[in-house]
Write a protein that binds this ligand. Structure first.
Ligand code: ADP
Ligand code: MG
Ligand code: MG
Length: 252
């Protein structure tokens, strides 16, 4: 059973003048395979900083704490090593990959993560059916990654990656932002399929509660000013929907 353990994580963003601006003020979180956790919090609270830090983005400096995956030190790994270790990060602002088709990108990623190329005989079919489940046109496989993709297409492509790569832990940052109601449902169904395998831990980062109507988290963590300020079950998401973040903000 895979476990991502975040202990007292403290992170600063590197400002252009070389100064450090502290963002994460000691985050503790444990995500196990088969569990779905929602991190919810107001804009600017540091949710994306948490995702980027686990991903190994160079703009963020870890100033304290630890992150381990099945006991291995994630913070000591390169970005590629993190992916090979079984971490999957879907970013709030996905980058374009010029000149690389979706089909090639996915095959390369799968090869890198598994340590061997996927079987030619079965891979094409796997890719096609993953795209079908996300209701993406087959021609999409020949487009360059994220080039001219709509918001909804980017998110569907992320979920195709997620289903094909079968990570130990998936971190989805604002996967629901900018989706219309149909795309939200299709993307949510994809997350639920991954969740229902019981083999992937899902960390769903969101500002809104709406995705949580489709993807039921086992645990909800309220994130304010760089740390978790309250934890509970799915009922906490409903309470947030009704009351908003105000009471946490006035207390902070
Ligand atoms: P969230 O995802 O919860 O909206 P972020 O992690 O994106 O929050 O941002 C947390 C805080 O860090 C914000 O106050 C934001 O302005 C600040 N921040 C993030 N990146 C930078 C940067 N490159 N320069 C200055 N401040 C930054
Ligand atoms: Mg934000
Ligand atoms: Mg964010």
């Amino acid at each position: 059973m895979s476990t991502l353990e975040i202990r007292d994580l403290q992170v600063s963003v590197k400002l252009p003048e070389g100064e450090l601006k502290p963002i994460l003020a000691g985050v503790d979180l444990t995500v196990k395979a088969g569990e779905t956790h929602a991190i919810m919090g107001p804009n600017g609270s540091g949710k994306s900083t948490l995702a980027y830090s686990i991903a190994g983005h160079p703009k963020y400096e870890i100033t304290g704490g630890t992150v381990t995956l099945d006991g291995a030190d994630v913070l000591a790994m390169s970005v590629d090593e993190r992916a090979r270790a079984g971490l999957f990060l879907a970013m709030q602002y996905p980058v374009e990959v010029p000149g690389v088709s979706v089909a090639n990108f996915l095959r390369t990623a799968k090869t890198a993560i598994d340590g061997e190329a996927p079987k030619l005989r079965t891979w094409g079919g796997e890719l096609r059916s993953a795209m079908e489940r996300l209701q993406m046109d087959p021609s999409f496989a020949q487009r360059n990654v994220n080039e001219g993709f709509s918001g909804g297409e980017k998110k569907r492509h992320e979920i195709v990656q997620l289903e094909l790569l079968k990570p130990k832990v998936a971190i989805l940052d604002e996967t629901d932002s900018g989706l219309d109601i149909d795309a939200l449902r299709i993307v949510s169904e994809g997350v639920n399929r991954v969740k229902d395998t019981g083999e992937t831990g899902v960390l769903l980062i969101t500002h809104y509660t709406r995705i949580l109507r489709y993807v039921k988290p086992d645990f909800v963590h309220v994130f304010v000013a760089g740390k978790i300020v309250q934890e509970g079950g799915p009922e906490l998401a409903e309470q947030l929907e009704a009351e908003g973040y105000e009471r946490y903000l006035t207390r902070a």
